[in-house]
Design a protein around this ligand. Structure first.
Ligand code: FA5
Ligand code: MG
Length: 449
C-alpha cells in the first residue's frame, strides 16, 4: 500500500475506453494525467510519429504471415499481465511502486506481452504483431515516460505442420527468405547459457532453439536497418551532402520469465547505447497453456517511442504528447506515403532550469522498499510529474547518505525543468519547484533540509 497522500486518486470507478471498473482504495494508484492518456491512442493517430513508426515496423513483418492487433484495451487482469507469463507472486514488477492498479486484480498493462497468451490461444496466424499504449511508474528522463508504446511480435512454427516434423530445418528455410543486411552486429554472448539463459530441453532441441534465435535476431536487425535507411533517405532529400553516423547495434543477454534464452537489442544513439527491445524463445508453457502445445517460436517487445526517436531524431520522449502544431504538422501526409518521410526539425530549444532538493526521509522509511510507508523513488518521480507535468525533463538522485548518529537517511535530487514550448521564467520554475517541495512534505512525509 503506497503512503497516504493528498494527491491520492479517490474516484470510486474509472471509465477507460467505454469500460467502467470499480476502484479499490487499497490498490488504486493511477493519477488523472495517466488515466487521461488512455484516450490518446497515439499509435493509431494518422500522421503521428508513433503511428508512422508502427506502420514502418509492421511493413517489416508482412501479412498474411503476421496478423496485426492494434486495438486491445489497456485494462487487463493480473492474470494476463503477470500470471500467464510466469511472473512469480513476489516479482517486483507487480508492486504498487511500479504498476498502475485500478483494483487488486485489474491494472493498466505494463507491457504488450499481457496479450501473448490470448493471442496464442486465438491461433489465427503463425505470426502476429500487437501495438498498444503501456503504463509504468518509472524514472523521468528524456527516454522514459509513464505512458509509452510497445509493439509485441511473435512467430511460431507448428511441429505438426512442417515437413517431417523438423522445425529446425523449416526455420532455416524461412531464414533464407528474410531480407539480408550488411551491418556487423555485435553479439558477444553464446546463444544460450546453462544457468542464466538455458535451453528448454524438455521441449525442444538446441538446433531448434538456435534456428529460432537466428530467425528472431535477423528479423529484428533488418527492421532496425530499415528504420535507419528511411531516416537517412529523409535526411538526404534535404541535404545531399548528409553523412550519417554509422548504425551500431549489439545483442545483450537478458532475462524474462516468459522466454528462454532471452536477449535485448541496443542501438548506439546520441553518444550512448539505447535499449530498444527485449526478446527470446517463447517459454513452452505459454503455448501449452494456450492449447497449442505443438507450436514453438519466438517473441519480442519493442519500445515504439524509442524507435521513433531514432527514426526522427526526436530528442525528448515528451514531444510525442505535444499538441503543438509546430510538432504535429511536420509529419503531415506520411501515414499515407511512408516514403514522404521528412527529417524532424527541432522547432525550439529552450534553456533548462535545474533545481536541487534535499530532504530527510521520515523515520523508519528505508529507501528502496515498497511495503507500507516505505520510500520508493518512483513515488518521487510521479509526484514531480503530477505537479510539473510535461515541464519536467529529468529527475535524478545526486546524493544520499545516512546520518552516523541519528541513522536518518538524507537524499538529494536534481530536477531539470524545461518546457518544450516556451522559455520558463525564473518565477515559473521557482513556483513549480516550491510546489514540488511542498508535495514532498505533504505526500511523502519528508523533511526538507
Ligand atoms: C518488456 O516489456 C517485455 N515484455 C519485452 C519482451 C516481449 C521480451 C516478448 C520477450 C518477449 P522491457 O521492460 O525491457 O521488456 O521493455 C521493452 C522495451 O520497451 C524496452 O526495450 C524499451 O525500448 C521500452 N521501454 C521500457 N520502459 C520504457 C519507458 N519508461 N519509456 C519508454 N520506453 C520504454
Ligand atoms: Mg528492458
Amino acid at each position: 500500500v503506497p503512503p497516504k497522500s493528498s494527491s491520492q486518486p479517490k474516484a470510486v470507478s474509472v471509465t477507460v475506453r467505454g469500460q467502467t471498473i470499480s476502484t479499490d482504495p487499497a490498490w488504486f494508484n493511477a493519477p488523472a494525467n495517466v488515466l487521461d492518456a488512455t484516450s490518446r491512442r497515439l499509435h493509431l493517430q494518422e500522421d503521428h510519429p508513433i503511428s508512422i513508426t508502427r506502420q514502418i515496423i509492421q511493413s517489416n513483418f508482412p501479412a498474411p504471415t503476421y496478423k496485426f492487433y492494434n486495438d486491445y484495451s489497456p485494462i487487463v487482469t493480473t492474470a494476463q499481465n503477470f500470471d500467464s507469463l510466469g511472473f512469480p507472486p513476489n516479482h517486483p514488477g507487480r508492486a504498487l511502486s511500479d504498476t498502475y492498479y485500478i483494483n487488486e486484480k485489474t491494472l493498466l498493462r505494463t507491457h504488450t506481452s499481457a496479450h501473448q497468451a490470448d493471442t496464442f490461444r486465438a491461433n489465427e496466424s503463425d505470426g502476429y504483431l500487437i501495438a498498444a499504449d503501456v503504463y509504468r511508474r518509472d524514472a523521468i528522463d528524456r527516454s522514459h515516460y509513464p505512458v509509452f508504446h510497445q509493439m509485441e511480435g511473435s512467430m511460431s512454427w507448428d511441429r505438426n505442420q512442417v515437413p517431417g516434423g523438423d522445425v529446425a530445418a523449416a526455420v532455416w528455410k524461412d531464414i533464407e527468405n528474410l531480407p539480408k543486411h550488411d551491418i556487423q552486429v555485435d553479439d558477444p554472448n553464446p546463444a544460450m547459457h546453462p544457468e542464466r539463459n538455458p535451453l528448454q530441453e524438455a521441449h525442444h532441441s538446441a538446433a531448434e532453439a538456435e534456428a529460432i534465435g537466428v530467425h528472431l535476431k535477423r528479423s529484428l536487425e533488418s527492421m532496425v536497418v530499415d528504420v535507419f535507411t528511411r531516416a537517412k533517405a529523409a535526411a538526404l532529400k534535404e541535404d545531399p551532402d548528409f553523412v550519417d553516423e554509422p548504425l551500431q547495434m549489439r545483442w545483450v543477454e537478458a532475462y524474462f520469465p516468459f522466454t528462454s534464452p532471452s536477449w535485448e537489442l541496443e542501438v548506439y544513439y546520441a553518444g550512448d547505447w539505447l535499449e530498444v527491445l527485449g526478446c527470446g524463445v517463447v517459454q513452452q508453457d505459454l503455448f501449452i497453456n494456450a492449447g497449442v502445445p505443438s507450436r514453438l517460436g519466438w517473441a519480442f517487445g519493442i519500445g515504439i517511442d524509442r524507435i521513433a526517436m531514432l527514426l526522427f531524431k526526436i530528442p525528448d520522449i515528451r514531444l510525442f504528447w505535444s499538441k503543438d502544431n509546430r510538432f504535429l504538422s511536420q509529419f503531415q501526409g506520411v501515414s499515407n506515403n511512408l516514403d514522404s518521410l521528412k527529417r524532424f526539425q527541432v522547432f525550439s530549444k529552450y534553456p533548462p532550469c535545474p533545481k536541487d532538493v534535499s530532504f530527510w526521509l521520515s523515520q523508519g522509511s528505508a529507501a528502496g522498499g515498497n511495503t507500507k510507508g516505505a520510500f520508493h523513488e518512483n513515488d518521487v518521480m510521479e509526484l514531480v510529474r503530477n505537479v510539473a507535468g510535461d515541464v519536467v525533463e529529468d529527475v535524478r538522485l545526486i546524493d544520499e547518505f545516512t546520518h552516523p548518529k541519528t541513522a536518518r537517511k538524507s537524499m538529494a535530487y536534481r530536477i531539470v525543468y524545461r518546457s518544450l514550448e516556451h522559455t520558463l521564467t525564473h518565477k515559473e520554475a521557482n513556483e513549480l519547484h516550491d510546489r514540488v517541495c511542498a508535495a514532498l512534505v505533504n505526500d511523502l512525509g519528508v523533511e526538507i533540509r
